[in-house]
Design a protein. Structure first.
Length: 298
């Protein structure tokens, strides 16, 4: 069987899966935030539990909330900052003492949707996560795509393209830059923008409900949100022209995205036509853990 672990910033999830994708067992724990070795202990315990409860041994794939520097193999680009500069691969090996494959969580998401999700049958997939953070992964021919810097899909830290004067320099990002896509198009950013106008902390889903009820501010903020996502993705279409855009994370559950985003993207791309399908991820929150398990699919 295939074991997949999704090491997330808020939860660590594990799955034991057959080679055809059928799930045998799923386990979930709260992430011990800022406790790096605590996270590794949770992962080790979870793998043991998946194997003892199924009575089987599995291959091990782990999706991490960051990537590995390709030469030193140290953690980099992680919103879960307690991974930065850590020898993640070595420490996981020392704890688990087994062969394993490790990938960026957004790459796992892309690979999962490419394998048997919204991207199935498409060659080049750009998978976008609009969740508590924002990021992306690229899959080509069903596998996560890597470059020499292990940096493919670090879309969340591109600066917002075509900024107007109110968008410069933009908010500070945890990565040390300003105005990264993540600071504009994450669900948290959408909520923060609403709060900045109203002093009212609503969840994204509550703001969307207000918009559906005809609330003017919520409608304006939604339109601005979609425009920013479109600006961010226009540069992707202009550079890579993927066969499909797959949307994940909490904001991908807003149905209006699939009517509004294609129209706004069409205005922003260089091409005079825009045929790219934009689809909601099939496996939703489960894509990370399934993609990690698929790392051993030959
Ligand atoms: Zn950033």
């Amino acid at each position: 069987m295939l074991i997949g672990i999704d090491w997330g910033g808020t939860k660590i999830e594990g799955v034991a899966m057959e080679h055809d994708g059928r799930e045998l067992l799923r386990l979930r724990e709260v992430t011990p935030r800022h406790d790096y070795f605590g996270c590794i202990r949770v992962i080790k315990t979870m793998i043991d539990a998946l194997e003892s409860q199924t009575g089987r041994t599995g291959s091990i794939g782990i999706g991490i909330p960051g990537s590995l520097e390709p030469v030193s193999r140290l953690g980099k680009g992680a919103s879960s900052t307690w991974l930065l500069g850590r020898p993640v691969e070595k420490d996981l090996h020392d704890a688990i003492k087994r062969e394993m494959r490790i990938e960026n969580d957004a790459d796992c998401f892309a690979a999962s949707e490419a394998m048997d999700g919204a991207g199935a049958g498409h060659n080049v997939i750009f998978a976008v996560i609009l969740g508590s953070g924002a990021g992306a992964g690229i899959a080509v021919g069903g596998k996560a795509h890597h470059g020499p810097n292990n940096s493919g899909g670090e879309w969340g830290h591109n600066p917002l393209p075509f900024p107007d004067v109110t968008e410069i320099p933009g908010k500070a990002c945890y990565c040390g830059r300003h105005g990264c896509m993540e600071t504009w198009v994450s669900g948290r950013a959408f909520e923060a923008e609403y709060a900045s106008h109203t002093n009212e902390q609503l969840k994204a889903s509550e703001i969307i409900e207000k918009k559906r009820g005809g609330d003017r501010l919520s409608t304006l903020l939604w339109d601005r949100y979609v425009d920013r996502v479109a600006r961010g993705l226009a540069t992707v279409v202009n550079s890579l022209d993927p066969d499909i855009l797959v949307m994940g994370g909490g904001m991908s559950n807003v149905e209006e995205l699939y009517q509004d985003l294609p129209r706004e993207l069409a205005k922003r791309t260089f091409s005079t036509v825009f045929y790219t399908p934009i689809r909601k991820a099939v496996h939703g929150d489960s894509s990370g853990v399934r993609g990690a398990a698929w790392l051993w699919k030959s």
